[in-house]
Design a protein around this ligand. Sequence first.
Ligand code: PLP
Length: 428
Amino acid sequence: ISVLVMDVCDIEILDTTKTISDFINDKIKERHSVDSEVSFHVANLDDLHQKHIRWLRTLPRVKPFYAVKCNSTPAVIRMLSTLGTGFDCASKGEIELVLSLGVTPEKIIFAHTTKPQSHIKYASTRGISACHTRAKLVLRIAVDDSKSATRLSQKFGTKPSVVKKLLERCKELDLEVIGVSFHVGSGCTDSLAYRQAIEDARHVFDTAVLLGFQMRLLDIGGGFPGKEGFQIQFDEFSKVINEALDEFFPADSGVQVIAEPGRYYVDSAFTLAVNVFAKKVSQREQTSSEHVKMMMYYISDGVFGSLNCLIYDPAHTNVAPYLHRSGEKRYRSIIWGPTCDSLDRVTATYWMPEVQVGDWLLIDNMGAYTVCCSSDFNCFYKAHVYPVLSAQTWNMFNLSYVEFFSVLQYGCMHYPETINFKVTDNFM
Ligand code: PLP
């Protein structure tokens, strides 16, 4: 049993009579009352819970290590830790963060392929077995990632033609190689990419076993979709992965299978609320006798803030802001972020009902690769994150996982002020 002590009260419990929408309304009212336009995220922790249940049901053989890089909001780490996932860290800083939130070293993998020496030393002093002299090594292979939005195998991974040579060199140096990892690329659109990569990994296992290595770990990386409506659904990926695992790494092979999902867990959990603080209306000639209005809006977040995903995340090429109240006729709307830079454009040709200065727009599916890359360029404040949990889920955790849980009061519920998680240790 591991006990996580939480020092900051940052999770709000939704009373059973309140919805996320009520919560957002209240936060908007709060903003108005203090004359603030600063954007904010609502992080629905229930969504992480649902995702985790879905993962356990559909990929029962694959242990998830959440990729911290995707969204390192403390409440997300805490929630996933309570649910029992492990953590994939890419740097000393990420390791420090998850350790500071009570995660124990055996639940951390230091899976970034190229690591600065000082980070490796730090990891080894914290009991995280990464590549130092006594470390167990996992060979990252390059796989076909041509159907993914972000391709990673151009930068990382060994090509099949050099696998044998590399393993022979490991033998000479007396290094212990125990497994294979790959990443089909983030925002993968082809489930067969996993099948091919798993088959490729099998060939590497066979080569390594012939050279005398005791191979026992397969890491199938990330790449899983995190929102409904994506081209391919998670269940389709899972089906292909389960079949490939049964064929190439059957359950009785003794090989442990893990994954590093990032986007999958957090994408749909975050909703961003942005304030419209300026507006320009222009008339565009449609025919010689008819003019249509075209709108330009200036909002309190943009590509230098939470919406940096429009620049940096090729899997997130557009957003669909909608009004927090219902609207009617739609107009072509160009939406700009708050900074002085003309690169800071959120939509180019987007059709939506007319909104007014002071209105708030919502953007869904804002959890993956958003807050982690946000800047305060021009000294515009970064969006605050409000993590929320429904009373129903809270009660469930209260029974099965958590002894004490401290939260800010919301609605009519009261909870103690210090947070102490008690997590069942059913993980590895
Ligand atoms: N693991 C590694 C090594 C990565 O580089 C990434 C993303 O870049 C991930 C996991 C997470 O990928 P995703 O968010 O697509 O699941």
